[in-house]
Design a protein around this ligand. Structure first.
Ligand SMILES: [Zn+2]
Length: 350
């Protein structure tokens, strides 16, 4: 039973950080944002009242709900389980079956989670940049995967980390050409595929280029130390970006793996991604159907690793601290609920 004089406000002390409409000038950071309260409405789903506001720049009204990840969702309760599944090697199909959700529902949730993850990460990176950068020691490398067909439609994923914390700075997914030599039947299939999709080229150089540019944006001033394997395109891209500031260490990729290898941090990050992201598991039925969806999935897990997961699994106290926290980009290790609550990253204090 509801008593009209006991308002039970959802998100009680919420103060809107900006106008939620992207077209409005008051949406831009650093622009004044005059607003006023505009009543409440009753929300049937949870029986709580929701505060409404009005932007005095564009005169449009909105509510606390407008800033939330579950804004306009008919099934808000499926966001969290989908986030958990996306970061524990669970396929879309299996997730759907476990929770009696359609595969298309799970796919929509992954899209929403990827949008959330990208906005959140971009916001924290900009914050790091405003504070003078997030580090000066980095490593990056590529991992191989595929969409639909392992030999005919391979993919490369470029991943760059800050070395001390393992914070994932940038990820990028691009196509690779078919793996030759092809059997007769495969060559015929490739022909059919290329008739529709065009000749499949290597996008590795572009992925590396964008990755190095990202490092350029978020590295501290002064010397930048980057460790990679001996692929020559890495050298070119790094030298172009950093010039004299660069201290590049190149490690032979054939060198024994394990924690004495200088590339251990990035190798370990890639191994972890393969362990968390169902689409990246080796010898799997779960490989990506589309590279855009693999990129989404990696974005979701990047958010999980940086802000929600412990930055190291050993010793135990490091599990309680996230990589973002070590870098000063988060006040604490967020619970999945906290991390996912707001779609606008400004709503969660850094
Ligand atoms: Zn506005």
């Amino acid at each position: 039973m509801r008593y009209p004089f006991q308002l039970q406000l959802r998100d009680k002390d919420f103060v809107p950080p900006r106008c939620p409409r992207e077209e409005c000038p008051a949406h831009q950071l650093g622009t004044p944002f005059p607003w006023t309260y505009r009543g409440t409405f009753y929300r049937k789903v949870d029986g709580l009242d929701v505060q409404r506001f009005q932007c005095l720049t564009c005169r449009r009204s909105f509510s606390t709900q407008t800033f939330r990840t579950d804004y306009r969702l008919r099934r808000p309760e499926t966001v969290l389980p989908n986030f958990v599944a996306a970061n524990s090697k669970t396929t879309l199909r299996k997730m759907g079956r476990n929770y009696e959700l359609s595969r298309s529902h799970v796919a929509r949730r992954q899209k929403l989670l990827a949008t959330h993850a990208r906005r959140f990460h971009e916001h924290r990176l900009q914050l790091a940049r405003a504070r003078g950068g997030l580090g000066s020691r980095f490593q990056f490398d590529e991992l191989e995967s595929y969409e639909q067909h392992r030999k005919l439609k391979p993919l490369t994923g470029c991943v760059a980390i800050e070395v001390e914390t393992g914070f994932i700075v940038h990820t990028d997914v691009e196509t690779l050409p078919a793996r030759k030599p092809l059997k007769k039947g495969e060559a015929a299939i490739l022909k059919r595929i290329e008739a529709v999709e065009g000749v499949r080229r290597s996008g590795s150089r572009q992925a590396v280029q964008r990755t190095v540019e990202a490092l350029g944006r978020f590295a501290r001033a002064g010397e930048v130390k980057v460790t990679t394997d001996k692929k020559s395109s890495y050298c070119t891209a790094l030298e172009r970006e950093f010039g004299d500031r660069l201290k590049h260490t190149r490690i032979d990729g054939r060198r024994e793996r394990g924690n004495r290898n200088p590339l251990f941090p990035i190798n370990h990050t890639l191994a972890r991604l393969r362990d968390l992201v169902s689409r990246l598991v080796r010898q799997t039925w779960a490989a990506a159907k589309k590279r855009e969806r693999l990129a989404d999935h990696i974005a979701i897990t990047t958010g999980f690793r940086n802000y929600v997961d412990g930055w190291r699994s050993e010793p135990a106290e490091r599990q309680r601290v996230s990589a973002a926290q070590v870098l000063g980009l988060a006040t604490r290790r967020y619970t999945p609920q906290e991390y996912l609550y707001w779609l606008d990253p400004l709503c969660l204090a850094a």
